[in-house]
Design a protein around this ligand. Structure first.
Ligand SMILES: Cc1ncc(COP(=O)(O)O)c(C=O)c1O
Length: 370
């Protein structure tokens, strides 16, 4: 008889679907009467597009955004026929015919994609106009040249969108510039619902909400207002298993490069998580974990499959092989790990690895293994 997956895994990732639903409701309430979609690209920011989207659909979310056609096809399989699914990257050359069978709505980002979709009048599309991001979407010049024809193009426009470059910096002057550029572009498409705000944009206030908002990161607990209290729930807990605990003398080094030298004698716990699991190497010397609410600093460098913590201050009855160290959770959230790693919460989430044993907790608190 084989052991259970949780026993075999070096770490357990618990995903609180009830928390994600609560975050979506919070954002939807803040943006009302605008409709609130959900962005579940990159496998639901690393947390599982299918379980996340199913939970949100059950809570009333009617429109989901993914990045790629393949993500859209997979999500259609997970969600069934009902909710709308839009694909940010739009139809890449040779793929336009594959949207209709899965009832996927392309986001059209350039004149070539618009032209292609006109020749595939299979269903609605979303128009993306660039207002200051210079990444995807019709440039101001392209939009000015096409604006009169767009309403008569034969395309059923489901929405017109743009994306804010600096929404997490409320005082940035580009926010207001993008908002006014977007408002005047949207006026050229009467009757087409406009949508500008993602997570942080929702917190810029009602003038940014238009008819549709599309949060991603905030659903997953990333703070949409850096530097201010996070109004959203943490939805992930990552617990790494201690493989060994050892006494280390003063002056001895720990890990690759002998990069950490013990200033005093102590105890170190080696945990079965490393950069191959998305526990970023840039957390070397900087990250931490928690045991029974007590902070344990990360020692030395993160290696591929292992990381070491200083558990000198923890009761040995708590820090022993087989015990768990909390790497992400209520004490040390996604944004805390991001700050220590010199990155953003988005990258911490999307890097979360495939070797974790995943447990999904539903709104009622019931656990479902992945
Ligand atoms: C076009 C677009 N809209 C919405 C989002 C969701 O943004 P956020 O995760 O900041 O809510 C993204 C994410 O990168 C995006 O590229």
């Amino acid at each position: 008889m084989s052991s259970d997956p949780a026993s075999r895994a070096g770490a357990v990732l618990e995903i609180d679907l009830g928390g994600i639903v609560a975050n979506w409701r919070r954002l939807a309430q803040k943006a009302a009467p605008a409709a609130c979609a959900a962005v579940v690209k990159a496998n639901g920011y690393g947390l599982g597009a299918a379980p996340v989207a199913r939970a949100l659909a059950a809570a009333g979310c009617r429109l989901f955004f993914v990045a790629t056609l393949d993500e859209g096809i997979a999500l259609r399989g997970a969600l069934g026929a009902d909710p709308e699914i839009a694909v940010f990257n739009g139809p890449l050359p040779g793929t336009a015919a594959e949207f209709a069978p899965y009832r996927l709505i392309p986001v059209l980002n350039d004149p070539g994609q618009i032209d292609t979709w006109k020749r595939h009048p299979n269903g609605p599309a979303i128009l993306h106009v660039d207002t200051g991001m210079a990444r995807l979407g019709l440039s101001a010049r392209e939009f000015a040249a096409m604006a009169d024809q767009l309403p008569k193009s034969g395309i059923a426009w489901r929405a017109v969108i743009s994306h804010l470059a600096c929404a997490d910096t409320p005082d940035h002057p580009l926010n207001e510039q993008q908002r006014t550029r977007f408002a005047s572009a949207a006026q050229r498409l009467p009757g087409v619902p406009p949508g500008l705000a993602a997570s942080s944009g929702i917190f810029l206030g009602p003038p940014y909400h238009f008819d549709l908002v599309r949060p991603g990161a905030a659903l997953y607990g990333v703070n949409p207002q850096p530097g201010r209290p996070n109004p959203l729930r943490q939805v992930v807990r990552l617990s790494g298993k201690i493989l060994q605990v050892r006494e280390i003398d003063r002056g001895e080094s720990v890990g690759y490069g002998a990069a950490h030298v013990m200033k005093t004698a102590g105890r170190a716990a080696t945990v079965a998580v490393g950069y191959a699991d998305g526990w970023l190497r840039s957390l070397s010397h900087r990250g931490c974990g928690y045991i029974a609410g007590k902070r344990v600093p990360l020692l030395g460098r993160v290696s591929m499959d292992l990381v070491t913590f200083d558990v000198s201050a923890v009761d040995p009855a708590l820090a022993h092989p087989g015990a768990m160290i909390e790497l992400l959770g209520e004490h040390y959230g996604v944004d805390d790990a991001a700050a220590d790693a010199g990155t953003i919460g988005y990258e911490i989430l999307t890097a979360l690895g495939g070797r974790y044993h995943r447990i999904y907790r539903d709104a009622a608190g019931t656990n479902h293994p992945a």
